[in-house]
Design a protein around this ligand. Structure first.
Ligand SMILES: [Zn+2]
Length: 290
């Protein structure tokens, strides 16, 4: 059982999850890799096909004739809260977000939608992805996680920030670097419908990830893929990052490159120091986006 501990003023919460201490640290382990049916798999990876028995309690899968499954969800072996699931993006051990196809994104995001819808009655589901060791990831196979929080816990999650410093857009989504960026080169993806209305408008609350059509999910995938690809180009290496979907509507997807470390000042005050002006970041990203 996860234990929730408030601070002395009941503003912030800590989750005591001591079982997490046993979490494996596999990011530096050398995995043997083999090619099978055009994808790369590893016999050493607990998230690869053939090793399904190494993960506990399957929640759901999208079936696939060639590989058995395309997306697979199971309970996290080292949960942070009482409901904590792992979502494997694809059977391919090396298929990162910037290599995923349109169909891969529709499959993955439709699984996000199903799990959010199923869990929403019971609390606040948070979907996120950690990429790279410095982002908090412990197994390299591309995966996301979903954690359910009790409704009574105060979250310090951000609302949708106004759409400024645009990088690019497609038929449904806009990519931008909000003025309120706490980290260098943060990229947010918002639905275009949210552009037309004022911050705080009740219309915004209706822009909900679970309502997006397959066509919108494909366009969202495209926006995420090109954001990660352009960030890779501008930052200059295979950088660690987190992304998450806004815990409550209005929808946004926030990508946070983890290229700086928070210091004592930031930890002591809760303030953020951003060393790259979001307007400059957007300009630089705009130059390289495809
Ligand atoms: Zn794997």
């Amino acid at each position: 059982m996860a234990k929730y501990i408030p601070d002395s003023r009941n503003h912030r919460w800590v989750i005591l999850a001591t079982g997490r201490a046993k979490k494996p640290k596999e990011m530096r382990k050398k995995y043997r890799l083999t090619k099978e049916n055009g994808i790369t798999i590893s016999p050493d990876c607990p998230f690869c096909i053939g090793n399904e028995d190494k993960t506990p309690g399957e929640v759901m899968r999208i079936k696939d004739k060639r590989f058995g499954w395309k997306v697979r969800v199971f309970r996290n072996k080292y949960p942070i809260t009482d409901i904590h699931e792992v979502i494997i993006h694809h059977p391919d051990h090396l298929r990162e977000v910037d290599k995923m196809t349109e169909d891969d994104f529709v499959d993955l995001f439709s699984v996000y939608q199903k799990r959010i819808s199923a869990l929403r009655e019971e609390g606040i589901p948070i979907v996120f992805r950690n990429k790279g060791e410095r982002s908090g990831s412990s197994i390299p196979h591309p995966h996301s996680q979903i954690i359910l929080l009790p409704k009574q816990i105060n979250l310090e999650a951000l609302g949708l920030e106004p759409i400024k410093n645009k990088i690019s857009e497609n038929d449904s989504f806009v990519m931008y670097c909000p003025d309120f960026s706490q980290y260098p080169y943060e990229v947010w993806i918002a639905h275009k419908d949210s552009e037309a209305v004022e911050t705080g408008s009740p219309i915004l609350q209706k822009i909900d990830f679970v309502d997006f059509s397959s066509k919108e999910l494909a366009l969202l995938g495209h926006a995420l893929k090109s954001s990660v690809a352009v960030l890779k180009k501008v930052i200059g290496w295979d950088f660690p990052y987190n992304y998450y979907i806004a815990p409550k509507p209005p929808f946004y997807l926030r990508i946070i490159p983890r290229i700086i470390i928070r210091g004592g000042f930031e930890l002591g005050t809760g303030l953020s120091t951003n060393i790259v002006d979001p307007a400059d970041a957007a300009e630089e990203l705009r130059k390289h986006i495809r």
